[in-house]
Design a protein around this ligand. Structure first.
Ligand code: NAD
Length: 265
């Protein structure tokens, strides 16, 4: 099937920090136009007009009806509710919401049997290149280097550690051919026997308006390699999500890795 020249996008969480950035990024993408805006029930701005014929609504089914793709940066519960409607309507889905449990991720995989979905903890192309570099560094440095990940975000962030820190932890684990769940170390306090061999440590800091900062450290004997990404705005996440939305148009159902969108596999 050929795709129309311009496809409509529904923005889920349209008035949130990321929702605003996504709407701005859609305006810069000639293949897309804003077609729907979904917000939480009870949001005082429901009914406000955002663009020609696009009014903020709290009914996902109505907002998705004429859209080819949705872009969602909300909360895990909101995401699963709207994604269910999208799966029923056949609307492709770009999801940036973080903090989903394993069970919630399994539900996303189930919906991907019906619609094409990209779910990524980070839509910045450079963070995805960082993950690629992290995997390669872990693979080449081997067991003589301890891996520690540090992340910092604004004080309103709900989930910790960040989805991106876990994503980078997965990259270390992939480079070492192990499972992150078997080696991740999220908490340190009190007395201990020292660092468990092969641990992948992740530490989270919160404060101010920081949109996100991640450093992966490989700490050896007398030397340390650090790979860092710092965000000063949120628009690069939004640009990546919009790029993923155009990439998804016309693809068959499935859960696509963000690395495939950015050609980093
Ligand atoms: P935010 O709180 O500013 O925005 C979330 C918006 O979702 C709010 O406007 C809220 O009213 C709305 N919402 C809540 N429930 C809803 C529902 N049922 N239906 C529709 N809308 C609903 O948060 P934010 O900073 O924009 O972050 C949102 C999510 O995106 C978080 O999980 C964050 O970690 C993640 N995030 C991901 C990336 C990435 O690249 N993947 C980048 C930045 C943030």
């Amino acid at each position: 099937m050929t795709e129309p020249d311009v496809s409509s996008v529904a923005v889920v969480g349209a008035l949130g920090r990321m929702g605003q950035q996504v709407r701005a990024a859609i305006e810069l993408e000639p293949k897309l136009r804003l077609g729907g805006a979904i917000e939480a029930v009870g949001n005082p701005r429901i009914g406000e007009t955002l663009a020609d014929g696009v009014v903020v609504g709290d009914d996902p089914r109505a907002a998705l009806a004429d859209c080819a793709v949705a872009i969602d940066f909300t909360t895990p519960t909101a995401t699963l509710g709207v994604m269910r409607e999208a799966a029923e309507l056949g609307v492709a889905y770009v999801c940036g919401t973080t903090g989903l449990s394993d069970e919630q991720r399994a539900q996303v995989s189930k919906f991907a049997e019906r619609i094409p979905i990209v779910h990524a903890a980070n839509f910045s192309v450079s963070v995805n290149v960082l993950a690629w570099l992290t995997r390669e560094a872990a693979r080449r440095l081997g067991s003589g280097f301890d891996a520690e990940i540090f992340e910092m975000h604004h004080s309103a962030k709900r989930d910790a550690p960040s989805g991106t820190a876990l994503f980078l932890g997965e990259a270390v684990a992939a480079g070492r051919q192990m499972r992150l769940a078997d080696h991740v170390l999220l908490d340190r306090h009190g007395d201990s026997d020292g660092r468990p061999e092969g641990a992948i440590g992740i530490q989270a800091l919160r404060g101010g308006d920081n949109p996100g900062e991640h450093t992966v450290m490989f700490i050896g004997q007398g030397e340390r390699l650090e790979l860092t990404h710092r965000s000063s705005t949120r628009d690069h996440f939004a640009r990546g999500a919009v790029r993923a939305a155009t990439w998804l148009l016309g693809r068959p159902a499935g859960l696509y890795p963000i690395a495939q969108v950015f050609d980093l596999e």
